[in-house]
Design a protein around this ligand. Structure first.
Ligand code: AP5
Length: 212
C-alpha cells in the first residue's frame, strides 16, 4: 500500500470542505470515519446502533470499533495507492493502530479558534444528493437552494450540529485528540495550516504543501 495522508483538526475546522481538493491533487480516496458512521446510523446496522449514542452526545466512538472499521476499509482495492484519512485517527491508540497497518507520509493539521468553530458548525448544511458542504453565511449556494455541484434541491443539517453538542465535541477534541499533534510532530510528519482564513485561502495553503 502507498503512503496515506491524514487530515487533522477540530470539528468544523474545514476538513471535509478541503478534502475534495486534496483528493483531486493526489488521487487518494477520502476516508471519513464520520461519514462512514453516519451512513451506518442511517442504515440501522449494528455499527450504527453502537455509534449513535456516542455521536449524539459529542463523545468519541470506542477505539476498537473505529480501528475495526479502518482495517476493513484498507482491504478494498482502491486503498492500494494510499488514502486521505479525514477525522481519523482521533486518539493515540488509533494512530498506533494505523502505524501498524498503513504508512502515513503527511499529517495536515488545520487550526481554528473554538468560537469560530461554533459559528461554522451551527451554520453548516450539506446537499442531500452529493454531500457538498455549505454554510449559511460563509459558503451559501450560488443560486439559492440549488446545489452548485450537482443541481440538487434537498439539503440536510447534522443532528450533532447544535451548539451544545459542538461544545462537547470540542472538549473531546482538546482532551483526547489534540495530543496527537505532538505525537505526529515528534515523528516529523506534522504540517500546520492556519484555518482562520477564507475557504480559498486555506485551500491554497494546503495545495502549496502538497505540491512542495
Ligand atoms: P466527524 O464527521 O468526523 O465530525 P468532526 O471531526 O467533528 O468534523 P466536522 O465534519 O464537523 O467538520 P469539518 O472539519 O469536516 O468541517 P467542514 O468542512 O464541514 O465526526 C462526527 C462524530 O463521529 C464524532 O463526534 C464522533 O462521535 C464520531 N467519530 C468520527 N470519527 C471518529 C474517530 N476516528 N474516532 C472516534 N469517533 C469518531 O466545515 C464546517 C463548516 O464551516 C461548513 O459549513 C463549511 O462551509 C464552513 N467552513 C469550512 N471552512 C471554512 C473557512 N475557511 N471559513 C469559513 N467557513 C468555513
Amino acid at each position: 500500500m502507498d503512503s496515506s495522508i491524514v487530515l487533522f483538526g477540530p470539528p468544523g475546522a474545514g476538513k471535509g470542505t478541503q478534502a475534495g481538493r486534496i483528493v483531486q491533487a493526489t488521487g487518494k480516496p477520502q476516508v471519513s470515519t464520520g461519514d462512514m458512521l453516519r451512513a451506518a446510523v442511517e442504515e440501522g446496522t449494528e455499527l450504527g446502533r453502537i455509534a449513535k449514542g456516542y455521536m449524539e452526545s459529542g463523545g468519541l466512538v470506542p477505539d476498537e470499533v473505529i480501528i475495526g472499521l479502518i482495517k476493513e476499509r484498507i482491504k478494498q482495492p482502491d486503498a492500494s495507492g494510499g488514502l486521505l484519512f479525514d477525522g481519523f485517527p482521533r486518539t493515540i491508540p488509533q494512530a498506533e493502530a494505523l502505524e501498524e497497518i498503513a504508512p502515513v507520509s503527511m499529517v495536515i493539521a488545520i487550526h481554528v479558534e473554538d468560537e469560530s468553530i461554533v459559528e461554522r458548525i451551527c451554520g453548516r448544511f450539506t446537499c442531500a444528493s452529493c454531500g457538498e458542504v455549505y454554510h449559511d453565511v460563509f459558503r451559501p449556494c450560488k443560486i439559492d437552494s440549488i446545489c452548485d455541484s450537482c443541481g440538487g434541491i434537498e439539503f440536510k443539517r447534522r443532528a450533532d450540529d447544535s451548539e451544545q453538542t459542538v461544545r462537547a465535541r470540542l472538549s473531546a477534541y482538546h482532551e483526547q485528540t489534540s495530543p496527537l499533534e505532538s505525537w505526529y510532530e515528534s515523528k516529523g510528519l506534522l504540517q500546520r495550516i492556519d484555518g482562520n482564513h477564507s475557504i480559498d485561502q486555506v485551500g491554497n495553503s494546503i495545495s502549496n504543501l502538497i505540491n512542495e
